[in-house]
Design a protein around this ligand. Structure first.
Ligand code: HEC
Length: 136
């Protein structure tokens, strides 16, 4: 029992470590590109919004995505992730529309959110025109 707790803690701690995506893995190879919503979440969003999606209050306030009624309108998280706001960075230059769609679908169907209509890459592209077309 004690052993299991320790192992779980070690796993949780290693997940909490800052993203090391830029560093070569133990084998020297490149880490796999996150594809599924869960992978993207764990690689990119979890640092601030936490593994359970509940966010945190510390040096900054990271709002909870868990049980968050704002996830109902898919456009809201799409704009948030592609354009950012305040302390929330934008990811349109880092995540493909497919990855953005996957992670938003993941958030909308996890952490107590139950909005099962999937977000598609088309939805993301529609709401997030390339910078040249956005006119700024
Ligand atoms: C560097 C920290 C950071 C990372 C990484 C981050 N966020 Fe955020 N996020 C924030 C902060 C801070 C806010 C609050 C911004 C505000 O309201 O001014 C926020 C707000 C949000 C909101 C709006 C919540 C609400 O109730 O209004 C959504 C949705 C969201 N983030 C989703 C994501 C997703 C999905 C990812 C991963 C692709 C992600 N965030 C990655 C810091 C972060």
């Amino acid at each position: 029992m004690k052993m299991i707790t320790k192992l779980a803690l070690a796993a949780a701690l290693s997940l909490a470590a800052p993203a090391v995506a830029d560093e070569p893995g133990p084998g020297g190879g490149k880490p796999p590109v996150p594809k599924t919503g869960q992978e993207v979440y764990q690689t990119v969003c979890q640092t601030c919004h936490m593994a359970d999606g509940k966010g945190a209050v510390g040096a900054a306030v990271f709002p909870s995505l868990a049980g968050n009624p704002k996830m109902k309108m898919a456009a809201y998280p799409i704009v948030m992730v592609t354009k950012g706001r305040g302390g929330m960075p934008w990811f349109s230059d880092m995540l493909s529309p497919e990855q953005t769609a996957a992670v938003i679908t993941y958030v909308r169907t996890n952490f107590g959110n139950n909005y099962p209509e999937p977000v598609t890459a088309e939805d993301v592209k529609r709401l997030s025109p390339p910078p040249a077309a956005a006119g700024h």
